[in-house]
Design a protein around this ligand. Structure first.
Ligand SMILES: Nc1ncnc2c1ncn2[C@@H]1O[C@H](COP(=O)(O)OP(=O)(O)OP(=O)(O)O)[C@@H](O)[C@H]1O
Ligand SMILES: Nc1nc2c(ncn2[C@@H]2O[C@H](COP(=O)(O)O)[C@@H](O)[C@H]2O)c(=O)[nH]1
Length: 204
């Protein structure tokens, strides 16, 4: 039987660069993680594709999925629902593959309860000024939404101690290398712990 895969959760304030860093990591040929595509009630941005960037749902459909227990976690973030389909995550971990979630903080805290053995990484901006600059430069949100997201960002940053690691996204390449190094080190540490336990059990 396969060892279960590792659940990797990347979180952090809106605009810090989670999506950019995640896409860069997934473009690298040695990356073996599987990306869990989220569901949202947010309207697609220009260029976003249903089933690739998100599964876009109506509020009614999303609420039905919550009621049916189809989501591992979900949250309402600045006026829209976001959530992780549970079936894909469970099936993929069971196959021994690592699953990568890119989600906001309320959802990450729910995942922590369901998967305390997961690996939780918080992506930090170099400063709040730079964070705002990144959301504004992305050009996808209205001024009101940017202000709401910045307000939530401050609350989210206060939660960084709930994570296993905090990674600064100063340069995209640095952030990607740091995340990949953390995952490699965690695999190594966990494998060794597992071997030690197995040896202990053999002795008993
Ligand atoms: N290290 C970086 N240096 C400069 N700009 C960056 C960096 N990382 C990301 N960006 C830019 O910041 C903007 C926000 O990035 P991105 O959309 O990846 O953030 P996000 O955390 O996924 O946001 P959201 O949570 O709102 O989806 C983008 O325009 C992106 O090109
Ligand atoms: N709790 C969850 N949060 C999610 C999920 N998918 C994405 N997100 C986060 O929502 C905000 C806003 O995203 P945007 O695409 O509208 O900018 C951002 O922090 C995402 O990481 C999810 O499944 N669950």
């Amino acid at each position: 039987m396969n060892e279960r895969g590792l659940l990797i959760v990347l979180s952090g304030p809106s605009g810090v660069g989670k999506g950019t860093v995640r896409k860069e990591i997934f473009e690298q040929p040695d990356t073996k993680f599987q990306y869990s595509i989220s569901m949202t009630t947010r309207k697609p941005r220009e260029g976003e594709v249903d089933g690739i960037d998100y599964f876009f749902k109506s509020r009614e459909e999303f609420e039905r999925l919550i009621a049916e227990g189809k989501l591992l976690e979900w949250a309402e973030f600045v006026g829209n629902y976001y959530g992780t389909p549970i079936e894909y995550v469970e099936k993929t971990l069971q196959e021994g593959k690592d699953v990568f979630l890119e989600i906001e903080v309320q959802g990450a805290l729910q995942v922590r309860k369901a998967f305390p053995e997961g690996l939780f990484i918080f992506l930090m901006p170099p400063s709040l000024g730079e964070l705002k600059n990144r959301i504004v430069t992305r050009g996808t949100e209205s001024e009101d939404i940017i202000n709401d997201r910045m307000r939530v960002a401050k609350e989210e940053i206060e939660m960084m101690d709930a994570y296993d690691y905090v990674v600064e996204n100063d340069r995209i390449e640095n952030a990607c290398n740091r995340i990949k190094a953390i995952v490699t080190a965690e695999h190594c540490r966990r494998d060794r712990v597992a071997i030690r336990y197995k040896k202990m059990l053999e002795v008993e």
